[in-house]
Design a binder for this molecule. Sequence first.
Ligand SMILES: [Mg+2]
Length: 185
Amino acid sequence: MRVGIDLDGVCYDFAASVREHIIRSAGRDPGRLGRHYPDPTRWEFYEDWDLTLPEFLDVCHEGVRAGVIFTHGAPFEGVPEAFDRIRAAGHTIHIVTDRRFGGPGLAEAATLRWLDAHALPFDTITFAADKTIARLDVMVDDKPANYHALNAAGVATYLLTRPWNAHVEDAHRVRDLLHYAEVIA
Ligand SMILES: [Mg+2]
């Protein structure tokens, strides 16, 4: 099978990398140091960090250029084991991610370095907002819109449970990537 895997919110703690960049760059904006950056409970978590959408997007672009976002931090627990398990079952791994901050090629380069640094093997990687283009048999994602679009396109998709997708009813869910590997492999 062609097994799809999403990165942010599935393998990688994107919000933690954004927080790390904000704290590291706080010298230019000391007011940020005293603020609280709680773990996300909704897709628009930046609003809980007192950032407007344009401010958040600026932070994301800066953070990729600074080598922090998509670089800082290890995979979630169980992710390397899940990759190994999927491979060992004879499947191919296809990463599909909607990463495009920082400028031409920067998010892509940071992602490839991170995958290499953590020895996560894959067969193809696709950078796209529309994840249905990757010709997958199965997929795991944390974004409700992707879950619905992939299922509508005939991909057996699992929603990895996060606070920001808890409202989706009757979804095929997995707890984490290792659970996904157990279910599909
Ligand atoms: Mg995601």
